[in-house]
Design a protein around this ligand. Structure first.
Ligand SMILES: *Cc1c(COP(=O)(O)O)cnc(C)c1O
Length: 406
């Protein structure tokens, strides 16, 4: 290759200022924490092919199989034919399409709230909301295991961040009690915790927030399409309607497409239109995304069997893992951790399972505590009993080989 004046492009003319990145990667390799990306060949199905290997896929958030559902595909294709592939602008300039408004109206009805605003992802919904609703004089009271997007949003807000131990409602109350009068306060929890699969104490935290006049927020990413009537979330599951000021959901997991949303009062949503930076400064979804999400809501409302199948597969898989003698923690959702201790052991177990046709992602520090490395398994509604039984058999073989179970 040569440049404009025939001068060869070369990288050896100066020391690489990014060389420290390579050093950090080497350190990850030494700790057994380096990961290469597994490549999905074909569709994200319950039984899928990654890296030329056919596997029972226990690592997808496509809980209900909607990512490949014929009605979602048809809706997306029709929207492309009718409206094209991109929206062309941010929502606040020329990028608000009728489909975006229709999706938001449908979500508001689904969540029984006044209004909803859709973001490009659940990540931007959390980060954009927390960082705009709170400011530097305020206090955020946050569960220790809350999602990274909440943590980033809290940091961007410049508010004081007080972390309470996981699910410890008394500790949250103590923090609120110790705050002198003045600052605004936000209590925030995940509805379903993404690494442990346990549920946030939503109702108890609502009571604490009410006692101290705090704003209450729930991130329902893994609960969207899974908990509550028709998959409408943990606020419905715990019957806390009207007590949670800000609900975040995702369209990227059980809904099968892409996006995040905030559900709440009309005032909250109008405020986010004016202040949430990802909404203001990043282009809106392509019409196909909005159309597919609307089709997913139709399915949640008319085909309850998908959620029923997800839960019956969840019960089967969890029961099988426990009977084999694995430590599955305190999960109450389809997310089931298989806790094995050291990160290197979790990665070895994940690799061996993969070689035997089961994809269960290994997860280590810093995503989870150092001695809590795990495989994280999630069934889908579309797994057959044979798929799940095969996976359990392989967990038994590999778990015994590695001495994780007796
Ligand atoms: C996945 C997840 C998000 C982010 O959602 P995306 O739509 O994937 O960006 C936010 N919060 C929690 C708890 C999650 O698990």
């Amino acid at each position: 290759m040569t440049g404009r004046r025939g001068v060869p492009y070369t990288r050896d003319m100066r020391p690489d200022p990014l060389s420290y990145l390579g050093d950090e990667l080497s350190a990850l390799k030494a700790q057994g924490l380096y990961r290469s990306l597994r490549v999905l060949e074909g569709e994200p199905l319950a039984h899928a092919t990654f890296d030329h290997q056919s596997v029972v896929n226990l690592s997808s958030n496509n809980y209900l199989g909607l990512a490949t559902h014929p009605r979602l595909r048809a809706a997306a294709i029709a929207a492309i034919e009718r409206y094209g592939v991109g929206s062309g602008a941010v929502r606040t300039i020329a990028g608000t399409m009728e489909l975006h408004m229709e999706l938001e109206r449908r979500l508001a009805a689904f969540k029984h709230v006044e209004a909803v605003v859709v973001f490009q992802s659940g990540f931007t919904a959390n980060a954009g909301t927390v960082s705009s609703v709170l400011g530097k004089d305020d206090v955020i009271i946050s569960d220790a295991l809350n999602h990274a997007s909440i943590i980033d949003g809290a940091r961007l807000s410049r508010a004081t961040i007080k972390v309470f131990p996981h699910k410890d409602v008394d500790a949250a109350r103590q923090i609120l009690r110790d705050i002198p009068p003045g600052p605004r306060k936000l209590v925030i929890t995940d509805g379903v915790f993404s690494m442990d699969g346990d549920l946030g104490p939503v109702s108890e935290l609502c009571a604490v927030a009410e006692e101290y006049g705090a704003i209450m927020m729930v991130d329902d990413a893994h609960a969207s399409g899974v908990f509550g009537r028709n998959g409408s979330g943990t606020v419905d599951h715990f019957q806390c309607h009207g007590r949670v000021d800000i609900q975040v959901g995702t369209l990227s997991k059980a809904i099968g497409v892409l996006g995040g949303y905030v559900a709440g009062s009309r005032t909250l949503i109008d405020f986010l239109y004016h202040r949430a930076r990802p909404f203001l400064f990043s282009t809106s979804h392509p019409p196909a995304v909005a159309a597919a999400c609307i089709a997913a809501l139709d399915i949640l409302e008319t085909e309850p069997e998908w959620i029923e199948r997800l839960w019956s597969n969840t019960q089967f898989l969890k029961e099988g893992l426990r009977q084999l003698g694995f430590n599955t923690g305190h999960s109450e959702s389809p997310i089931t951790p298989v806790i094995v201790g050291e990160a290197s052991r979790a990665m070895a177990m994940s690799d061996r399972l993969f070689a035997r046709g089961v994809f269960a992602q290994g997860i280590g520090f810093p995503t989870v505590a150092r001695d809590q490395a795990r495989l994280r398994v999630m069934p889908m509604a579309t797994h057959t009993r044979e798929d799940l039984q095969y996976a359990l058999d392989m967990f038994g073989v590999v778990g015994r080989d590695l001495g994780v179970i007796g």
